[in-house]
Write a protein that binds this ligand. Structure first.
Ligand code: NAP
Length: 265
């Protein structure tokens, strides 16, 4: 491979656009191309990152790419892959990496669409990749140290990347992608409770969001189990333990686990 990795992103929507923008900032490492049927999203990327190559042709976008990332809806994946068969000559097949972000299409199904040779990865990002503080679970058919590093580096420009076995992807999606909605519900609940206790809604939401961010940073920086951080704020006979016990009586942990379980088929 050249010194710069040529990454072609097919579909400039929420996910594809976020990946394009994340990679476009690292001009030393990546040459970024993006394709999309309509111009609007391409123009928006081009306005922010003039060096990104944009096109309406998936074929043109993918030609010569080291890594092709599919950011189209699941039902478009087959028709897009079909456009690439002539690009993947026997020679370039051995050097190409295909990363699909489409939910619900497993690696075996992708392999059936591509044929043999190409390295296939499945990546499930969450919506916070747009702010580069996302989580992406990545899985592959068989491990290759160099390819794993390339794919992991790409998604690490957008936040935390976890490479896992494919059987763990659904769980990862429940925690990090569906988890985004669960965290939002927690913020809404904290805001509603804060308002009932007398705070303005905007103040309660701001404080709850900052508290959630602070809790996450404590876990990341101190490296402790959440319960050890809980111990620090629960004085015996105090108010916090009363609040926690009241939440558990209402089924807090059980409800969260049940919610996660419901996300996995
Ligand atoms: N959103 C999430 O939280 C999330 C999380 C994990 C995985 N995913 C997966 O990521 C993929 C993209 O989701 P998204 O939320 O980014 O969807 P999106 O915003 O609708 O983006 C899809 C993009 O693909 C473009 N497109 C449509 N047909 C195309 C074609 N034939 N060739 C090239 N581009 C085409 C669309 O263009 P036009 O709008 O101009 O038609 C659109 O810009 C999906 O497969 C989804 O399952 C999403």
């Amino acid at each position: 491979m050249d010194t710069k990795i040529k990454v072609s992103i097919i579909g400039a929507g929420n996910m594809g656009g976020a990946v394009a923008r994340g990679l476009a900032e690292d001009t030393d490492r990546y040459e970024v191309r993006v394709s999309n049927p309509s111009y609007g999203k391409l123009d928006a990327i081009k306005a922010d990152y003039p060096h990104v190559i944009t096109t309406q042709s998936n074929y043109e976008c993918a030609l010569g790419a080291d890594v092709i990332i599919l950011g189209v809806k699941p039902w478009k994946v087959k028709e897009v892959i079909d456009e690439f068969h002539t690009i993947w000559s026997e020679h370039s097949r051995q050097e190409s990496i295909l990363v699909s972000m489409a939910a619900g299409i497993d690696i075996a199904a992708l392999r059936a669409m591509t044929g043999e040779g190409i390295a296939i990865y499945k990546a499930i990002p969450n919506t916070a990749v747009s702010l580069k503080c996302g989580v992406t679970f990545v899985s592959r058919e068989k491990s290759d140290e160099e390819d794993d590093r390339i794919v992991s580096d790409i998604f690490s420009t957008l936040g935390l990347t976890e490479i896992v076995e494919e059987r763990m992807l659904d769980a990862g999606m429940a925690v990090a992608s569906c988890g985004m909605a669960f965290m939002m519900r927690m913020l809404r609940a904290m805001t509603e409770g804060g308002v009932e206790l007398g705070l303005y809604s905007s103040t309660a939401l701001r404080a709850a969001a900052a508290t959630m961010r602070g809790a996450a940073e404590l876990i990341e920086k101190n490296g402790l189990h959440p319960e050890q951080e809980v111990d620090k704020v629960t004085t015996p006979g105090g108010l916090t333990i009363r609040g926690l016990n009241a939440m558990e009586e209402a089924g807090f942990t059980g409800a969260v686990v049940k919610g996660l379980r419901a996300c996995v088929k």
